[in-house]
Design a protein around this ligand. Structure first.
Ligand code: ADP
Length: 326
């Protein structure tokens, strides 16, 4: 492998708060270590269509407290094809980019893995997704901010929910993972979380209804992870209407509210540590790994492991939710 002089940086897929802090950390650490940095706009789309600019240390000033990503992000169909990836490689060569840092979720890292299997390009990934669904890292960049946003929203819904015997079903994001729903439920004092990880084991809705509403309150709040497996909030509400018509049900879908906002301190620190670690990884000759956080320690996780779909949920939290919602 030729030595690395220039690093290309992109954000891809769903945006997440903290991506800007990661862009800042990668750019500044790289320049600190003597590399040149090129910012690639709109994820893989910008790599295919040649939207590449030089990044200096001052280009990433005053960005870390903003949500979204200054590099913009996109989904790119061309990169799913061999021709599109060849074009992306040609653009890299044109700009003399020797290595890539990709900030994104499961799809973006799958793309990185595919690209690295076809071309001799060292790639380091940073887990940038609110869903926390990447294997091999305790937390992803953006997850803590989204969790805090969910808590903030549920607190407000609870304020209006106090005087009727109502079942509030609140749908949160998660892309087939229950981290936001389960942790959001614990953090906001909700009665239950309906999550894909255990949907095939138990009928969580029946279990919740049969256990009765919380005795000390007249309304119940349930968080559900968006997923075809859980049925989402609409699917659950439909079931309640048919199977338990005695309950007055209200649905709130938090949607894109969860992606926005200024990142929390935790996300900014995680993004800063991971961004610096991405440059360390390249300096150490690592390639095709995602930076992970294991008990506050930086670890290198091969892409093939990071994109496994079965990151385990903390089952103790399910039990804690049950105990605390009597
Ligand atoms: P996220 O990174 O948030 O999970 P997506 O799943 O939308 O977002 O993936 C982002 C982009 O990564 C896709 O639009 C596509 O360009 C690329 N990508 C995803 N999977 C693959 C793959 N198997 N091969 C090549 N590129 C991929």
């Amino acid at each position: 492998m030729a030595s690395i002089k220039t690093i290309g940086l992109l954000t891809s897929g769903g945006d997440a708060p903290g991506m800007n802090a990661a862009i800042r950390a990668v750019t500044r650490s790289a320049i600190f270590s003597g590399f040149k940095v090129k910012g690639i706009y709109r994820g893989y789309r910008g790599l295919v269509s040649d939207e590449v600019v030089d990044f200096r240390a001052q280009d990433v000033s005053n960005i870390m407290h903003h949500g979204g990503t200054i590099l913009k992000t996109a989904r790119c169909k061309e990169f799913m094809t061999a021709e599109g990836r060849q074009q992306a490689y040609d653009v890299m060569k044109k700009h003399e980019i020797d290595a890539l840092v990709v900030i994104g979720g499961d799809g973006s890292l799958s793309g990185a893995r595919q690209f690295a299997s076809e071309f001799d390009v060292p790639i380091v990934g940073l887990p940038g997704t609110i869903d926390n669904d990447l294997y091999g890292t305790d937390h992803t960049i953006g997850y803590d901010t989204a969790l805090n946003t969910i808590m903030w929203c549920v607190d407000r819904i609870r304020d209006t929910a106090s005087s009727h015997e109502r079942l509030f079903i609140i749908e949160v994001m998660g892309r087939n993972a229950g981290f936001l729903a389960l942790n959001g439920a614990v953090a906001s004092g909700a009665e239950a979380a309906i999550i894909p990880e255990i949907s095939t084991e138990v009928d969580q809705l029946a279990e919740l209804i049969e256990s009765g509403f919380r005795k000390s309150k007249r309304s119940s709040i349930v968080l559900v992870a968006e997923s075809p497996i859980t049925g989402g909030a609409m699917g659950l509400a439909e079931r309640v209407r048919k199977e338990y018509p005695q309950y007055d049900t209200r649905v709130t879908i938090l949607g894109h509210l969860q992606r926005g906002g200024s990142p929390t301190a935790q996300d900014r620190i995680l993004a800063s540590r991971m961004g610096a670690a991405a440059i360390d990884a390249l300096l150490e000759g690592q390639r095709n790994v995602m930076i992970g956080d294991d008990d506050e320690h930086i670890v290198y996780v091969p892409f093939s492991k990071a994109i496994r779909k079965d990151k385990p949920i903390d089952r103790d939290l399910i039990d804690i939710l049950r105990r605390l919602s009597i």
